[in-house]
Design a protein around this ligand. Structure first.
Ligand code: NAD
Length: 498
């Protein structure tokens, strides 16, 4: 392996005191608890970070509550200046963020550079996006004035998944903040480092208390969710945790939740599709090179018309075999490890079940030989063919580098198969017949559908799921609006006296 830069762990992690940002101070947890974070490229312990509990959430809440009115009062122009300063600080730390996510999350350094660039573009864009947002006047009674206005919730809790650590911590907060809320974010426990560094930079840009970062596991997340005064919770993570959050939130009051959850996303390939582009689209859509297939929107189920099925799966297998699976901070890494030993075990369990339940393994299904570090949590890109929705690999979200494919003969049947899960995040249709493409796109039960495309998110277009894939939309004006409460004001106007 060619490592990018001299020993990345000692350059970016060793000796750094990673602390939470609460009320403008860099702090440990109230009771001194800490948790280890592991390098998934090697399986070795990197360092430890604070492990927060309810007392830390309370402290962060009080700080955010105190800071929020002034933050709201400075208006979009004032907040835009803070965002601009925040972007400058991040820009100056691009390398560091890309490397931290490669080390802590096993996400290839090259791809994490793109994540940082996306974060920067978002931070710079949000203020201009919301300037175009306004309320309505409604002709509810003649001669009078009826209009809507919007107010922030106050303090928002944001709980994050692990697959884009820096990008989620830097972007999934922006709608809430530009709307005038204070925020508490909690990154996933597997990948706390880049969010903590982001907190260090936020300290130099934001008024104290507006932006708070706490680290911890399920207990810290639950303490945010059950805090009675944090009435707006944004969550990105699994369906199982989303269900727990709905229940826990309901136990303390009525809360506004957005839930960005998992997917088991179908892609349907018609016989007239451009074969090479569709093969590349299927591979790109898995985000192997960004997060080893640990991507909510990945097209983990692909249905290919029988006429082109064998050519298609052979073409995909060839591309998967050409990938270099290696530590994420290596210059030659096309794909890094999965995030943890537990998740590695889970992915390998799905692969075993695919074999046992009769799917045809075309490639992968094992740890790679050679270049990958022996202790790292690597899985070769894996392709199963002849997968049905009765099999676990055809039905459940694996969240790893495993593709499932099957042949189809009839459009109605393949649409029914595509919709035959509880999930509905993304979907894809590949054909040169735009009539068929749009008809099928309308029928697919998903929140985000690509025609002759995959994986790309288009900033400004609402991203989110239907069915168990979630509630709410992000990456768009809808996200901003979801961090505001609407109010209607009625003004009854007297008849003119003159
Ligand atoms: P996860 O549900 O295990 O954890 C997500 C976060 O929730 C973590 O910060 C965790 O500490 C916290 N948490 C765990 N238990 C909690 C509880 N009881 N109360 C409050 N918080 C709790 O998910 P993960 O493994 O980090 O991420 C993978 C999942 O996220 C996949 O299902 C993936 O599809 C989904 N995801 C969805 C999107 C999207 O935009 N729809 C994006 C990325 C990931």
């Amino acid at each position: 392996m060619t490592t990018l830069g001299a020993d990345p762990v000692s350059t970016y992690v060793t000796g750094h005191d990673f602390r939470m940002l609460v009320g403008g101070d860099l702090v440990g947890s109230a009771d001194g608890s800490r948790m280890d974070t592991i390098d998934p490229n090697t399986g070795e312990r990197l360092t430890s970070v604070p492990s927060a509990g309810a007392a830390d959430v309370q402290r962060a809440y009080e700080a955010a509550r105190a800071a929020q009115p002034a933050w709201e009062a400075i208006g979009v122009d004032g907040r835009a200046e803070v965002f601009a300063r925040f972007a400058e600080l991040i820009e100056a730390n691009r390398e560091r963020f890309a490397m931290l996510d490669a080390i802590d999350g096993g996400l290839p350094y090259r791809a994490m550079h793109v994540d940082v660039a996306i974060a920067l573009a978002n931070i710079r864009d949000w203020p201009s996006l919301v300037r175009w947002h306004g309320g309505r006047t409604i002709p509810a009674s003649p001669g009078n004035l009826h209009y809507t206005s919007y107010r922030p919730y106050g303090v928002v809790g944001k709980i994050l998944a692990y697959n884009h650590p820096m990008m989620f911590a830097a972007t999934r907060i922006l709608g809430a903040l530009i709307a005038g809320n204070g925020i508490i974010i909690k990154p996933a426990p597997q990948v706390p480092l880049s969010a903590l560094v982001l907190g260090e930079l936020a300290r130099e840009a934001f008024p104290p208390g507006v932006f708070n970062v706490i680290t911890g596991g399920a207990d810290a997340g639950a303490a945010i969710v059950t805090h009675p005064q944090i009435r707006r919770i944004g969550f990105t993570g699994s369906v199982a945790t989303g269900l727990k959050i709905q229940q826990a939130a309901a136990s303390v009051g009525i809360k506004h939740l957005s839930l960005e959850l998992g997917g088991k996303n179908p892609m349907i390939v018609f016989p007239d599709a451009d074969l090479d582009r569709a093969i590349q689209g299927a591979v790109d859509g898995m985000n192997f090179g960004i997060c080893a297939g640990q991507s909510c929107g990945s097209n983990s189920r692909t249905y290919i018309h029988r006429d082109i099925y064998e050519d298609f799966i052979a073409g995909v297998a060839e591309k998967l075999e050409s990938m270099t699976v290696a530590p994420a901070y290596g210059a030659d890494s096309d794909m890094g490890p999965v995030v943890s030993s537990e998740h590695h075990e889970r992915v390998m369990g799905f692969i075993r079940s695919g074999r046992e339940q009769g799917a045809r393994l075309l490639t992968g299904g094992e740890r790679p030989n050679g270049s990958a570090a022996p202790g790292g949590y690597f899985v070769r890109p894996t392709l199963f063919a002849d997968v049905t929705t009765q099999m676990d690999i055809g039905r459940k979200e694996i969240f790893g580098p495993v593709m499932s494919m099957a042949a189809w003969d009839d459009v109605d049947e393949v649409v029914a198969t595509a919709n035959d899960t509880d999930l509905g995040l993304t979907a894809g249709v590949w054909t040169n017949d735009l009539h068929a493409a749009h008809r099928v796109a309308e029928r697919l039960e998903a929140g985000y559908v690509w025609i002759n495309d995959s994986a790309r998110h288009y900033w400004g277009t609402p991203f989110g799921g239907v069915k168990n894939s979630g509630i709410g939309r992000e990456e768009s004006i809808e996200e901003y609006e979801s961090y505001l409460e609407q109010k209607v004001i009625h003004t009854i106007l007297r008849e003119p006296r003159l």
